[in-house]
Design a protein around this ligand. Structure first.
Ligand code: GRF
Length: 199
């Protein structure tokens, strides 16, 4: 696997991926001030900025991102706090190889502020989901989910912190499975091939 991680912000998921020694070939951000870029540099991984400004359409921006990814020999793309809706221009360049993490138990609470949505809804349980990316927003086939309780005195910050701990665990794990060829997708369902254990 030759992995790219796309970020827009702090990049704590990127850090978890780097710490797991996954084969990250490049980190791309649409924002030049994203701290994720600094995390990449510290890890000795190439970091590139492809600003979304100045492109006439989302597709044109995605085409520029694809060009940058190809230059680094990428075959798999992990969105990690990448605050852009990606288009078929990117998805078709890496079919079945674009994944995302969403801070809720999909299909609940898609889109922005998923933790706030969970609180406002009065959910008792929420969590995080790693999923394949399709043309919708947080709608693709689910790879791994992890749940956390919502506590009575939670606010958005405390709940987000609890969810992030799960994110940092399940994202590297999902990418490891994808890289090892252990995921197969049938319709909406992803099967994880189990390893043969000692008998
Ligand atoms: C995470 O909660 C991720 O699920 C969401 O944005 C946040 C990014 O955090 N899409 P970080 O940049 O990885 O720290």
């Amino acid at each position: 696997m030759n992995l790219a991680v796309l970020v827009s912000g702090g990049g704590t998921n990127l850090q978890a991926i780097l710490d797991a020694d996954l084969p990250v070939r490049v980190v791309v951000s649409n924002r030049k001030r994203a701290f994720g870029l600094e995390r990449a540099r510290r890890a000795g991984v190439p970091a590139e900025v492809v600003s979304h400004r100045g492109f006439p359409s989302r597709e044109d921006h995605d085409a520029a991102v694809v060009t940058a990814l190809r230059r680094h020999g990428v075959d798999t793309v992990a969105l990690a706090g990448f605050m852009r809706i990606v288009t078929p221009t990117l998805l078709d360049a890496f079919p079945g190889r674009v994944v995302n993490i969403h801070p809720a138990l999909c299909p609940a609470f898609p889109g922005l502020h998923a933790q706030r949505q969970a609180l406002e809804h009065g959910a008792r349980v929420t969590g995080a989901t790693v999923h394949f990316v399709d043309a919708g927003v947080d709608t693709g086939a689910i790879i791994i989910q992890g749940a956390v309780p919502v506590l009575d005195d939670d606010d958005e910050a405390s709940l987000s912190a609890r969810v992030l701990e799960v994110e940092h665990r399940i994202y590297p794990e999902a990418l490891r499975l994808l890289g090892a060829g252990r995921l197969t997708v049938k319709g909406r369902r992803v099967r994880i091939k189990q390893l043969e254990g000692p008998r």
